[in-house]
Structure formats: C-alpha cells, structure tokens
Write a protein that binds this ligand. Structure first.
Ligand code: BTN
Length: 262
C-alpha cells in the first residue's frame, strides 16, 4: 500500500484530456523519481510517463544537493516529457514548470501569502521555499529528446532539518489546508501542460510578463556563486540580469542564488 493512491489519481485523470500522468508508476520508496523517469526515457517511454514516490532515499536537488521529504509530507514526482524544443531552448523548461507550480500553489495557501518564483526554479511562499524543480534532459543532436521534470512540493512538513530551518515552508506550515495529493498532482499536470504548450508555441517571450510579475529576486541584493549585485529581472533568454557592485550589468545562465537582503 502506498500513501499516494494511484487508483484515485487515475479516476480523476480520466476526466481530462491529458497526456501527462500516464502511464503512472507509484512507489512507496524510490531512490529518486527523476532517476526512474530518466531510465524510462532511455528505454523509449513516451511523453507523459509519471513517477510518484511517497519517499526517496536519494532524492536530489540542483547542484548535487539532497532533497528532503518525509513520507506523506510532500508530493514527490517526476514527469517524462518530450517537448518539441531545441537544446538551446531547454532553459525555458524550469521557468515554465516554476510558473505552473506557482499558479497551483497560490490556490492552496492562505490569500495573504505571496507565492513567487525564485530564479531559476524554486517556488517561494512568504519568501520561504515551498517547492523545488529539477529538470534533467537527454539530447539528440540539437533537439531535446527528453526532459524529466522532477518536483518536490512541501504539503504538510512543519519540522525541517536544521539546515533548512527558516528557509523552507509547506502549505500546512503557512496555515493552509493540504489538498489531496492525487488531486494536487492532477492540477499541477494540467498547468504544466498549459505552460509547456505556450513555450513550445511561442517560446520564452510568452512567459515574460508572468515571469516579471512573480519574480522574487527583482530589485533584491543577491549572491550567485560569488557574484554579488542587484537582480534586475530576466532577459529574453531566461538569464538573470544582475548589476554587480561596480555597476556592470551581468547576465547569469545558471547558479545558486542567496538573498542578501533578508
Ligand atoms: C531543487 O530545489 O534543487 C530541486 C528539488 C527537486 C526535488 C524533486 S523530488 C522529486 C524528484 N526526484 C528527485 O530526486 N528530485 C526531484
């Protein structure tokens, strides 16, 4: 028996015309759902295959970090997508996924909680991380063969490990009511589909207004792997614009952002 109820998800899923979410694999414990999805991608699985775990023994985040998630306290899943995008457009995927998750989460936290995107792929609620996205790709020449979108979303965690104290939160910790995980996954997949379609049709510019509106970094003092400066939004390629301490404008492709002003 798993905590995530596959039959319940399928019952909800079949009411929609949705490619993401099928076939669905649910495990009580996985090493990492991203690993399962990447393996499936290599074996030729189709767009939409989705892997959910109640808990992970080797859950990972960006830049080799570990991803913490106690059983039943978070929604942990990875979705295998095969978007019609060039390799050079892959940077739009974490941003599209982040916006999809931001949209869904904003429906489940109390109305006074601001839900924002922390470039490149964290979702913050009341300035604390509530959700992380890890996109891992497989390439075929200049085209994307597969993109695995892995999501860890904190539902009801109220006690975090020491290193996350003060920087992480969950729907319940914010005073919200944790939704049924099966219904939440469906909501996320519907939004993810909408944002993926936008990006495939019109590219990153289609997300520019929303990225700007929900940018948690704009105007803030940041340190990105040693580069200190003030964030000035994203450029049309999804790079973070930072004006450094000498007033020079820099464009950052990827990195870990630390907020220096609280
Ligand atoms: C980050 O914040 O650095 C990204 C975290 C992504 C975590 C999720 S949990 C489900 C999937 N499986 C993993 O091993 N990682 C992602």
């Amino acid at each position: 028996m798993t905590i995530f109820d596959a039959a319940r998800f399928r019952e909800l899923w079949q009411r929609h015309d949705l490619a993401l979410g099928s076939p669905l694999t649910v495990l009580g414990t996985a090493t990492s759902t991203n690993d399962l999805a990447l393996e499936a991608a290599r074996a030729g699985a189709a767009h939409g295959a989705t892997f959910v775990a109640d808990q992970q023994t080797e859950g990972r985040g960006r830049q080799g970090r570990r991803w913490f998630g106690a059983a039943g306290e978070s929604l942990l899943f990875s979705c295998l997508t095969r978007p019609a995008l060039r390799t050079s457009e892959a940077t739009s995927l974490p941003l599209a996924a982040g916006l999809a998750l931001r949209e869904v989460l904003s429906r489940h936290v109390p109305p006074d909680v601001v839900v924002e995107l922390k470039w490149p792929n964290d979702v913050l609620a009341s300035r604390k991380k509530i959700c992380g996205v890890l996109v891992e790709t497989q390439l075929q020449g200049s085209q994307l063969a597969a993109a695995v979108i892995g999501v860890g979303l904190n539902l009801r965690t109220t006690s975090f490990p020491d290193e996350l104290l003060g920087s992480a939160t969950s729907i319940v910790a914010l005073g919200g009511v944790a939704p049924e995980p099966e219904a939440l996954l469906l909501e996320v997949l519907l939004e993810l589909t909408r944002y993926l379609e936008l990006v495939q049709k019109s590219g990153l510019p289609a997300l520019a207004v929303e990225l700007d509106r929900h940018d948690a970094l704009k105007g803030r003092l940041v340190d990105i792997d040693g580069l200190k400066g003030r964030a000035r939004g994203l450029d049309p390629c999804g790079r973070l614009i930072v004006v450094d301490e000498l007033g020079v404008e820099r464009r950052v492709v990827s990195g870990h952002v630390i907020l220096l002003d609280g």
